[in-house]
Design a binder for this molecule. Sequence first.
Ligand code: 5GP
Length: 122
Amino acid sequence: MSTSSDSSNPDRTIFEKIIAREIPAEILHEDDDCIAFKDVSPQAPTHFLVVPKRVIVSVKESCDDDAAVMGHLLCVARRVAEQEGLKDGFRVVANSGPDGGQSVDHLHLHVLGGRKLTWPPG
Ligand code: 5GP
């Protein structure tokens, strides 16, 4: 399910407030459809988030009409990872729903790199 951002809506996500510049963040990329910024609690030497401006709650709640923007998020993840010097690789994660460990209900890709990451996750 997708919703549109409305600054009068008190239930806006923290990421909508970052997009509106109401909350500061270290922004690495912005275009008409998405924004990328450093995670406030990095889990690797490089950890940034790629977030669509139009709210999609999660991968689980997305629909086929969201395919173009979801593909765009991956392209931006690759471009910003390159910009950040992650030449030896990186991990892209999209936590979805309670079992997936999602804490912010606004779809986002985590991009982690700068060290050898282990598998499987916890
Ligand atoms: P999730 O748990 O939903 O997959 O990921 C949410 C991520 O958002 C977490 O890694 C968390 O550190 C990050 N985060 C939460 N609040 C803020 C914030 O105000 N600023 C930034 N830059 N990141 C945030």
